[in-house]
Write a new protein. Structure first.
Length: 305
């Protein structure tokens, strides 16, 4: 039996008449009759006895109905699932981000996503890039945000936005008095540094060594957010990613781009073998927009300074 035969047969069994089945299926009565006749012809036996306009199922039809009713419920479930997937209603997205990006980008993106998919679910977590890679490979997360490309064969890295490292300077510091980009050689205020295994921190460290101007640093932290918070409280200055810098309290600090330019890229990380569902791709769109808005706010501030 073809799918259309199954639908018509099931509708007739429920309604008991051709007209009732036509109403259930939203098709014409002649169309129901034609499909039923074709179904009986294909099976080689009658399925209903016609008595004064009503259809009475034969014993064979009764036996068929037991199995077809199960199949029909499965078909209804499949259609519902397909509709939910199309609208994103039954999807769950699992996003992991580094602490900096979770605080600086994710909230704005989630606002738009929650409005677009009011019945969908999202699991948010924070971790460092090494652990993020493991979570993606083990299928414990669908996608992730990081400032690092792990260059792993099982991980796909997609650039969502590109900015540059920023100096966060207390308003009372010499560095806050200047205009435009800040060079490593101009830094005299004690630096709140990042842990030695941070790739962006290594760039700053290597640049200072190459110029022969080591930057004073006796406090190191694990996250950019903590470095920014310390500077806002008057503990030295720091150099951080642009997304962390964009969240800084401008009544306490001045932001200046680092020179020479140290590019910072925001990466979307996914398992290479696991394509994203529609709801996840839409969240990616909102994350990219939120990141670019953050960068634009820095450019606007810099041009007005």
């Amino acid at each position: 039996m073809r799918l259309r035969h199954i639908e018509v047969f099931h509708a007739i069994m429920q309604a008991g008449t051709i007209s009732g089945a036509a109403q259930l299926l939203h098709i014409s009565q002649p169309a129901v009759t034609k499909v039923l006749q074709h179904c009986e012809l294909q099976l080689g036996m009658p399925l209903f006895d016609r008595v004064r306009g009503k259809l009475y199922p034969t014993p064979e039809a009764q036996r068929l109905y037991v199995e077809i009713d199960k199949l029909n419920r499965d078909l209804v479930g499949i259609r519902r699932l397909a509709a939910n997937l199309r609208s994103g209603e039954s999807e769950q997205v699992r996003l992991v981000a580094t602490p900096t990006l979770a605080a600086g980008i994710v909230p704005a993106a989630m606002t738009h996503w929650c409005r677009a998919f009011p019945l969908s679910h999202c699991s948010l977590a924070t971790n460092h890039t090494r652990e993020i890679v493991a979570a993606l490979l083990l299928g414990e997360a669908d996608m992730a945000l990081s400032l690092q490309d792990p260059r792993h064969p099982g991980i796909k890295a997609e650039v969502l936005a590109t900015g540059q490292m920023m100096a966060v300077c207390p308003l009372t510091s010499p560095e806050a008095q200047g205009q435009g980009p800040l060079t490593i050689g101009e830094i005299t205020t004690e630096l709140v540094g990042l842990a030695g295994d941070d790739p962006l921190a290594n760039v700053v460290h290597n640049a200072s060594e190459a110029q022969g101007t080591p930057v004073p640093c006796r406090i190191t932290v694990q996250t950019y957010q903590l470095a920014r918070a310390l500077v806002e409280e008057g503990v030295g200055m720091t150099v951080v990613d642009p997304f962390t810098a964009a969240s800084a309290d401008r009544t306490r600090v001045r932001l200046r781009p680092l020179a020479p330019l140290v590019p910072v890229q925001l990466y979307l990380l996914t398992a290479a073998s696991a394509p994203l569902a529609q709801t996840a791709r839409r969240l990616v769109k909102y994350l990219g927009e939120a990141a670019r808005d953050k960068l634009a706010s820095l450019e606007t501030e810099d041009s007005s300074a």
